[in-house]
Design a protein around this ligand. Structure first.
Ligand SMILES: Nc1ncnc2c1ncn2[C@@H]1O[C@H](COP(=O)(O)OP(=O)(O)OP(=O)(O)O)[C@@H](O)[C@H]1O
Length: 608
């Protein structure tokens, strides 16, 4: 049964009674199943009775056309009715209730005595018009219901969608009063609808300073907002996108939609997007020498804790690689791994890079401020590379952060709690620096809870062949070439070389040699970088001198000068090859197998 007519039953009954009084004729209304839904006078007692499908109303419901019977129960139209011959109705004017072609029921004027019959049949046309209007009225009420139901369904669907989105969504009206919000917003704020609905936006978010006029001009604004339930609760920060709700006709603002995400989550997401997750695992670390196996074992154990690790070792020994592996093996692996190179950032900027800054903290500070590496690494690991180059004033601030587990942005007053594991690395002699008061002793002890020393490549020569085959395979497959071998003389030269740039230098040497050699051929001495061959020659010369036992203090000094000059020549050649720009220097450092900071240090020493 279609419930539409039944759903407005009370209204229909009122119409029926009003018409019955106005016309002094009985009225009956049938639903599509031929059940009397409303009635007046004699017919009222019949409400609920079901008529046969061969009845008059049965045929109207099928045909959708009005009918008049002037002698009901006996006339031709009633011949097939089951009440034929027994019907007490003397005359009937019946009219379909329709919405477009949909027949929803029938409306009948029924004469149950001669007086009513006379009244009914004297103005048949007028009665029809009257019924047409009554049926239209009932039809439009049902139509309104239909529209309302459709609207409710749309609203329910919209509510479902809005409630399934991860962002918190808050809607305000034109007076900036909160009128709607989704489930995520309630969860993010830790609030009930009663606590927030109908409140002015600034009463909830005290730092929400955006006006609707400003919003109308900009269309979409991203801001940071904070919420604190009360002083017992922690302040929560959100990144919010605010958009105006405009009236259909034009620019009149009807309110605003605020979609918000927890700032912490945004940072962690951004960190993941820019690739700041751990890139290496312990299984990617090449080396079977006793020294490296010991380091790996120690770090694998340390990975399970939150203790601070200080990794020492010459440039290019793999300090950063180990830091990645520790993060990857820790419970923080799904959170960001953020690295900061203290030597690569100007002294004046390092503090704001680490701790972030508030809007207006200094000239040029970005609107809305900027989070620092500590905030970005929240929940994960912060790798402080080249720690020895951290300025003293930043060292003091870092110590405070490590002790309090909270930071303050530059220019800010709020404390922001952080949960970060620190791994620091340096190739500088921190103990000497502490003695010379260039590094804070208390910070040194605070950071070196787990001290790790990574041996240089020349201290683990047995790993060199392993590295060579690892890099031959790695670059062979990157360059899509068959894996090549080294001839004996080349292998001997590489084994004897001192590798001041450690693994990085060896890695770059193999990449270079593959480039210089013929596809599928052995790699020979002539394919090695000039500086390695030159160093090997100088070494041979020095060894010759030593075997002749004529080494004196003077000749030792000369050898050192010779080596320095050679280094100068090699650096000069590399800079000429790649030019003196920042990118050129980075490429030259790669070619020389040294880190960019080592190249800058050497450039300072020889003052190019
Ligand atoms: N044991 C290893 N296995 C595989 N690759 C290694 C290993 N050690 C170092 N490397 C590679 O050598 C290069 C230098 O390593 P990394 O940057 O970790 O050294 P570092 O000690 O941090 O250097 P720096 O002090 O100059 O920053 C990287 O490309 C790294 O992948």
């Amino acid at each position: 049964m279609t419930p539409e007519l039944a759903s407005v039953k009370e209204f229909v009954q009122q119409v029926v009674e009003a018409i019955a009084v106005a016309l002094s004729i009985d009225v009956m209304v049938f639903d599509p199943e031929r059940t009397i839904l409303a009635g007046s006078g004699v017919t009222k007692a019949e409400i609920g009775t079901i008529y046969n499908e061969n009845s008059l109303t049965g045929s109207i419901l099928v045909s959708g056309h009005p009918i008049i019977t002037r002698d009901s129960g006996r006339s031709e139209e009633c011949r097939h009715c089951y009440r034929y011959g027994t019907c007490l109705h003397l005359a009937v004017v019946a009219y379909p209730i329709k919405i477009e072609s949909d027949v929803l029921g029938s409306f009948c004027l029924v004469a149950t005595d001669e007086k009513q019959k006379k009244r009914l049949l004297t103005d048949e046309e007028g009665m029809m018009k009257f019924l047409d209007k009554a049926c239209q009225m009932i039809g439009s009420v049902i139509n309104e219901r239909r529209v309302q139901d459709q609207l409710n369904t749309i609203l329910k669907r919209y509510d479902n969608v809005v409630n399934t989105v991860h962002e918190g969504i808050i809607v305000t009206d034109e007076m900036s009063k909160i009128i709607h919000l989704n489930r995520s917003a309630l969860e993010l704020l830790g609030i009930t609808p009663e606590e927030i609905l109908n409140r002015h936006i600034t009463k909830v978010f005290h730092d929400f300073s955006l006006t609707l006029d400003e919003l109308a001009k900009r269309n979409k604004i991203e801001i940071e907002i904070t919420y604190q339930k009360d002083t017992k609760h922690k302040k929560k920060s959100f990144l919010a996108t605010v958009m105006p709700i405009l009236a259909e006709e034009g620019l009149e603002i009807k309110g605003a939609t605020i979609s918000m995400r927890s700032l912490k989550e945004v940072h962690s997401y951004a960190a993941k997007l820019v690739g700041t997750y751990s890139k290496y695992e312990f299984k990617d670390i090449v080396g079977q020498s006793e020294e490296i196996v010991r380091v790996k074992n120690k770090l694998q154990k340390a990975a399970l804790t939150d203790s601070t690790i200080l990794i020492r070792g010459e440039s290019g020994t793999g300090k950063e690689l180990f830091a990645h592996a520790v993060h990857g093996a820790s419970y923080r692996r799904k959170e960001p791994f953020i690295a900061i190179n203290c030597s690569a950032i100007p002294e004046t900027l390092i503090e704001s890079e680490l701790f972030g800054y508030e809007e207006g903290a200094f000239t040029g500070a970005k609107r809305g401020g900027k989070p620092g590496k500590f905030e970005l690494a929240d929940g994960g690991t912060l790798f402080l590379d080249e720690l020895g180059d951290m300025p003293l004033h930043v060292q003091s601030k870092l110590l405070r952060v490590l002790e309090n587990h909270s930071i303050e942005r530059v220019g800010g007053i709020e404390s922001i709690t952080t949960n970060v594991r620190i791994i620091a690395a340096t190739n500088r002699n921190l103990e000497e620096m502490v003695e010379r008061s260039e590094f804070r002793g208390d910070l040194y002890y605070r950071l070196s809870v787990i001290p790790i020393f990574i041996p240089s490549l020349k201290e683990r020569k047995q790993d060199i062949p392993l590295f060579i085959s690892y890099f031959l395979e790695k670059y062979g497959s990157i360059m899509d070439r068959p894996i090549q071998q080294l001839d004996t003389a080349t292998m001997a030269t590489l084994l004897n070389y001192s590798w001041p740039g450690n693994v990085r230098e060896l890695q770059n040497t193999i990449e270079y040699a593959i480039n210089m050699s013929e596809i599928g051929q052995e790699i020979m001495l002539e394919h090695l970088p000039q500086k390695i061959l030159a160093m090997a020659n100088v070494k041979n010369e020095v060894e010759d001198v030593m075997t002749k036992q004529i080494i004196t203090k003077e000749s030792d000094k000369q050898t050192k000068i010779k080596l320095k000059n050679l280094e100068k020549e090699i650096i000069k050649e590399a800079l000429e090859r790649f030019d003196n720009t920042t990118i050129g220097k980075e490429m030259a450092a790669k070619y020389l197998g040294i880190s960019i900071s080592t190249l800058y240090r050497k450039l300072k020493e020889i003052s190019y």
